[in-house]
Write a new protein. Structure first.
Length: 259
């Protein structure tokens, strides 16, 4: 059985740890300290590191960890991340034999141009996706390097995963994202219920991640370009009816940038 643990880092990042058979792999080690502390305390042995994109809060710990544990590092080839030993472009299958898991690598450009997501269909029964800063709880990443069309296409790939798939994103942004989701769909019972639930979880100091594709499809305005209420909200921002999913997504993303 593969365990997945969160190591909180910085203000609102999660470094994810996959753990089985006395080994761990880490996803997006932005900071070395919590990873090294876990290894020391647990006696777990590090076997690999996975990175989704080049931003410092996702790769900043690589060098210091590699100095102690020279393990394979997977990451997007076009982003030139120092320490990456296995450059990926999306479409590959990678295995972590020590832990006994396999991932399908999915290219999800938009937040950055080489952003990757790691999909483990047989992990934890329902399957898991590590999606970095592409899909968040009730939100999505900013478009730093990509176009709205790229990001909408990337999000559509994630939206097409089986609904029970557990979504492990890299930030705890769900509560503030839901404030925006309520503005987009003020009449949505799903958004309302999720907001109430997330308020309670955060008040109790609990993470809202993982979420699931099912929950995101119901309440994340950045996956709901086909919903009448979201199209209507986009139309209000644009001053005309959106032509397609990309224009709807783009209008909602622009709105969120100013929200
Ligand atoms: Zn980022
Ligand atoms: Fe980030």
């Amino acid at each position: 059985m593969t365990e997945i643990l969160a190591l909180p880092a910085f203000d609102d990042n999660y470094i994810w740890l996959l753990r089985a058979r006395g080994f761990v792999a880490v996803v997006d080690p932005g900071d070395a300290a919590p990873v090294l502390a876990h290894l020391e305390k647990s006696g777990d042995r590090l076997c690999a590191m996975l990175t989704t994109h080049h931003h410092g809060d996702h790769v900043g710990g690589l060098a210091e960890i590699l100095a102690c544990f020279p393990v394979p590092v997977f990451g997007p080839g076009i982003e030139n991340i120092p320490g990456v030993t296995h450059a990926l472009a999306g479409g590959e299958r990678i295995g972590l034999p020590e832990i006994g898991v396999e991932f399908e690598v999915i290219a999800v450009p938009g937040h950055t141009r080489g952003h990757l997501a790691y999909y483990g269909p047989s992990i934890g029964g329902d399957g898991v996706i590590f999606c970095g800063d592409t899909l968040f709880g009730a939100g999505c990443g900013r478009l730093f390097e990509g176009t709205p069309a790229q990001m909408q296409n990337s999000l559509a790939k994630l939206a097409a995963l089986p609904p029970p798939t557990r979504v492990y994103c890299a930030h705890e942004y769900t509560q503030s994202n839901l404030r925006f989701a309520r503005a987009v769909e003020p009449g949505s019972i799903d958004v309302q219920r999720r907001s109430e639930h997330v308020e309670l979880e955060r008040a109790a100091g609990r993470p809202t991640i993982p979420t699931s594709i099912r929950v995101e499809l119901a309440s994340n305005p950045f996956l709901r370009w086909d919903a009448a209420a979201v199209r209507a909200a986009a139309a209000t921002r644009l001053g005309h009816a959106p032509a397609d999913a990309v224009e709807t997504f783009s209008a909602i993303r622009e709105w969120k940038n100013r929200f």
